[in-house]
Write a new protein. Structure first.
Lengths: 343, 343
DNA sequence: GACAGGTGGTGAACCGCTTCACTGATGCGC
DNA sequence: GCGCATCAGTGAAGCGGTTCACCACCTGTC
């Protein structure tokens, strides 16, 4: 058997062309050497089938061209599709995304962020589980950090695309209140260890003014988990008449639970989602939700990331972008009809 | 400003402990040196906050501990959730998954596979866009290759988990035929360049025997694209009474199109999906589909991958596993009622 | 004809780890 | 007391690039 041929290296091209490997390195990157030498080198490289070694390059230069994409939880269907879209967007500008999943766990998040940094990603795009965690400052000082969703305190991130959750949550609560709902549950997936997210603060601030009692409940993103949490909520005392889910994934669980209990939506139970996954419009009734402009989001994140990577001239362009949710009012919210016991 | 402190390296630990860096390297990996020295070294490493450099390690040893996960198309919602689940499964055994998206494009697939190999993944798990492509043999000879879905010809893969698509497609067609459907369209997402997938062969083989005419139609995975393809299909001549979608993502598009056209499911149109994404049961009516046992799939793939990585003793265990779909008969398939013109 | 300055390169250090070949000391049997 | 393993550890050579310092040569100029 012919022994596995070694992959060609700079040195091989150097021997082919009679140059030094340093010259070849420069030539392939279009530096320092006259154009005709570059041509000669490129031709030889093609002939030998040379493709650089990204690992060696990374060790020497500290750069890879890759971008880390750290998702808070890939169990959330919206984050799944956003991650996929961002991956495609980055591929479109010649960069490979390394997608990893913090599984809604701040410790994992820190660990994975450090791992990505160690792998020499040129930038790290994060959808933070815990925006207030201390590790972000440490990460930001070692890599270009771009955050999506909640802003990081202290301007840690090199750039951020912030969701105006406050406004959207307030709007949602107002709409539920207008429809006559007084007992409302806000469903979130946040781990207990990360207190007072912006969205939750809003609940406490706006709720009283609207005359509503809003309870907070935590549920996992996966359908089975969300469903059983919703079942407990709907069979417990003081069943809410309206539920605001801080992610569509959670709303799906409420749909499933309502179906299981024979509750009609929106007659017996009003539901609002958040993020507006494309499928939400397909449910019966279609889920009311708050949509972030995804195409714009992806384009903005990609551009900001590229800018930040190339920014020796830090501070020229705006590094912060606030996204406003577009309400999608659909059939899952209605006026309170049946007040009282279940069934 | 205190200059950014260099991260500790083996040499730093060597100086701390009075050993050579070679000894430290061995000690940290629990090799060659007596246990008490290992202890001493580990203690010093912790004290200095040493975390190895994966890039340097990769260059020297050719291994990283990472596993590449090459998805055919992350636009498919089922692949999204499978990728997320596999990522978690691999993380659970201490390996980071690098998830990348071939965007349903064989060229991208080849390119990304090579990139992952260059990044020294210990194994590459692929859900092939084009199982018959020539590049798989080349990939397999450079890395441990595990395929999911369609088998690779010539036993290229070190291990594979194969979906028994034939049986499931045949079953689906039979069920539609039994319900009285004669004009059936099979919706697939396969690029035109990859002819005769197993599933399509079945259509041609089984169709005639059942007395049905089955047309093949290609549509993209994303909801908007699938919807407009479905719209064309449903407004064209010879509108089918039954549609078999080779992925739930495509079925969602048919649901959307049917709703837009005012067609009732299943009265005017029967729909079958494939893969059974969790959300499919939540639609109205719930989508009939063919479910692959995902937990088992993930566990199997993870185990086979680990085995294959450690396999110097190649061939001890079974390297091939065939998964059989579990039919989920739900409300989206019914007997043919309204034959004739639309509306 | 000496010198400055630009051109077209070269050699070697370096990135941080793994691994091979080798050395000194120690233990052991007889 | 000798030969031979075994043990604990060392030095240096990779891995395949990038980058710095430097050099030889040519050209133009005063």
């Amino acid at each position: 058997m012919p022994e596995r041929r070694r992959r060609p290296t700079l040195k091989d091209i150097a021997e082919e062309t009679g140059l030094s490997s340093a010259a070849v390195s420069y030539a392939l990157r279009g530096l320092q050497v006259p154009v005709q030498t570059q041509e000669r080198v490129r031709e030889a490289a093609d002939r030998l089938g040379y493709t650089g070694d990204p690992i060696a390059r990374a060790l020497a230069s500290g750069r890879t061209g890759n971008v880390g994409l750290l998702c808070g939880s890939l169990e959330d269907i919206w984050q799944q599709s956003l991650a996929a879209a961002l991956g495609r967007g980055l591929l479109g500008v010649g960069r490979q995304a390394l997608i990893v999943d913090a599984t809604n766990n701040p410790d994992q998040e820190r660990k994975l962020a450090m791992q990505l940094v160690d792998q020499r990603v040129d930038a790290l795009i994060a959808m933070p589980v815990d925006p207030k965690a201390a590790h972000w400052a440490a990460v930001a000082e070692r890599v270009v950090l771009v955050s999506i969703g909640d802003g990081l305190p202290g301007a840690a991130a090199a750039a951020e695309v912030v969701f105006d959750n406050e406004a959207a949550v307030a709007d949602a609560l107002r709409e539920l209140a207008n429809a006559g709902h007084r007992r409302i549950t806000v469903l979130t997936s946040v781990a207990a260890s990360t207190p007072d997210r912006p969205a939750e603060a809003v609940v406490h601030r706006v709720g009283p003014a609207l005359g509503i009692t809003a309870g907070l409940l935590t549920a996992p993103y996966d359908l089975a988990g969300a469903t059983s949490a919703a079942l407990r909520m709907l069979t417990g005392p003081d069943r809410p008449t309206g539920v605001l889910c801080l992610s569509d994934s959670l709303a799906y669980g409420v749909y499933a639970a309502a179906r299981e209990l024979g509750l009609r939506i929106p007659d017996d139970l009003s539901i609002m989602g958040f993020d507006d996954h494309p499928l939400s419009a397909l449910l019966t009734p279609p889920l009311s939700s708050y949509r972030w402009p995804v195409e714009e989001l992806v384009a903005t994140v990609v551009r900001l990331t590229l800018d930040a990577i190339e920014a020796t001239d830090s501070g020229s362009r705006s590094r912060r972008r606030v996204l406003v949710a577009q309400p999608r009012r659909r059939g899952s919210v209605g006026a309170v009809r049946s007040v009282g016991a279940l069934g």
